[in-house]
Design a protein around this ligand. Structure first.
Ligand SMILES: C[S@@+](CC[C@H](N)C(=O)[O-])C[C@H]1O[C@@H](n2cnc3c(N)ncnc32)[C@H](O)[C@@H]1O
Length: 219
């Protein structure tokens, strides 16, 4: 009995240590949720690509109780953090995080059976913090996985018609490229073209706080 008790305490401590916190996710989770409520279908599993800490996953699914939320991230520390956030809320409509790298030809989600089929994809702050190949992979995956009328929701900073929308985004772009020359704030037109090349129709953008955009596509 004591062994089980200590095992439970050890597991709990281990999970809490792995829980990460991103202040930006706290700031943007409410404005993003408002846009998601207005554009997501009212059923199905939402597949989140590049979930990061897991803060968004728990906040969104608390407020979208008719859905399942499938978080994912290729980074093991992020998946541990998502599990730790999940453990705290114990909601049964958040599924265990998957290891998904958009650059892979087949995603792990395509090999499993979900409680409900994927109805939409959400990808927040990945496109500019990864090589362009990740965006190509994202569009390929959306084309394979989304049903007809399924939604692809993106969030982040974008250039519009080749120009930064704010000096702070220009500075951010320089910082990103200094960390990795393959990263950088993308031009919205390039993202739209890549989506269209993969059968996704641009729906709209929504201006978001701190010079970010929500970008919505439909299959
Ligand atoms: C800046 S974090 C954003 C995390 C979270 N969405 C948020 O807004 O707080 C970028 C995330 O993208 C993930 N990522 C980078 N390249 C990726 C790829 N090719 N496929 C999927 N995720 C990727 C990283 O592991 C990281 O968790």
């Amino acid at each position: 009995m004591e062994i089980i008790y200590f095992f439970c305490i050890f597991t709990l401590m281990n999970l809490l240590v792995q829980k990460k916190h991103a202040p930006a996710a706290d700031r943007n989770k409410e404005p993003i949720l408002e846009v998601l409520k207005g554009c997501l279908p009212n059923h199905g599993t939402i597949l989140e690509i590049a979930s990061g800490t897991g803060q968004h996953a728990v906040h969104f699914i608390r407020n979208l109780p008719n859905h399942y939320w499938q978080p994912s991230d290729p980074n093991g520390d992020s998946r541990n953090s998502i599990s730790a956030w999940w453990w705290e809320v114990q909601l049964n409509n958040i599924l265990p995080p998957l290891d998904i790298n958009t650059q892979d030809d087949i995603w792990s989600v395509e090999k499993i059976i979900l409680p409900l089929p994927v109805s939409s994809l959400v990808c927040i702050n990945m496109i500019h913090i990864s090589p362009w190949e990740s965006t190509i992979g994202l569009m390929k995956g959306a084309a394979r996985i989304l049903p007809s009328d399924g939604i692809l929701y993106l969030y982040g900073p974008y250039k519009v018609k080749g120009k930064h929308t704010a000096p702070s985004n220009e500075l951010f772009d320089i910082t990103l490229k200094s960390q990795n020359p393959k990263w950088g704030v993308r031009d919205l037109e390039d993202v739209k073209k890549m989506a269209s090349d993969h059968g996704l129709t641009f729906v709209k953008t929504v201006d978001m706080p701190a010079n970010n955009l929500s970008v919505i596509f439909k299959k």
